[in-house]
Design a protein around this ligand. Sequence first.
Ligand code: CP
Length: 311
Amino acid sequence: MTTTLYGKDILDVQSLTDDEVHLIMETAARYERVMKSGGRLLNMDGKTLATLFYEPSTRTRLSFETAMLRLGGTVLSVADAKTSSSSKKGETIYDTGKMIEGYADVAVIRHPETGSAAELAAGSSKPVINGGDGAGQHPTQALLDLYTIIKEKGKTEGLTVCLAGDLKNGRTVHSGAALLARMGVKFIFTAPEALAMPASITEGLKKSGVEVEINPDLDSAVAKSDVLYMTRIQKERFEDPEEYERLKTSYEVTNETVKKAKKGMIIMHPLPRVTEIAVEVDAYEGAAYFRQAANGVPVRMALLALVCGCE
Ligand code: CP
């Protein structure tokens, strides 16, 4: 049977089959080649994307918007969904979904509550893409992270990936761990004890046979990692500001860290960064985080076209 994503909601990485993931990677690579050769794509001509962002975003929002425009489609946006949409008047996300289906062909939502994208999808008959729901999932980030690793390292099988920083609250590492685990990687989890990866994720990975090392020491972790995936300490998810102050500078990647790294190690980060990667590291050839952000465009183009049946 031919793989298709037509009409599918992209809510989490677990709902994507391996064939669907490969189709997204192949479609993104094809679009990237067309753009690099100066070609134009009009696959989404006549289609509209609605973006509903109830939390701040630069990369996810802008890359989805430019992705839609580069495919010849149009974008409807609520400037700040939290304050300027009917949610302020008490409208449920489910009802917003019912309304959005009459205005757009596909919607992207970011929201502080886990499960909000699923609620929008329950209301809308049109495909809904999760652009990050609280500390839950960020599936499109996981897909662009996978795309980046394949581009940078040429494979995933056998690589050691160190996920570092706020593994408790970081939705990018929750989605990323679930997706990369299926691609043959080994993990090192590097976090202060208070920000460790949720036990349900770690135990789930181990039960499915994935190798996981818990190692809070960044220097010894980078010495054996092919990929260092740094994350920001998520200030907005802390209930106790003092706890944030205590943990905010847990790790800083500097040129000294890079000197201790395994040869060829790449450094990734979903961005924005605060102090966890020093600006001096940007000159390191393995500093892949800005290339990673750019990869969001072809990957999100592929997702939009595939769920709308316009690939
Ligand atoms: N990586 C990411 O989700 O960035 P934004 O918060 O800017 O969208």
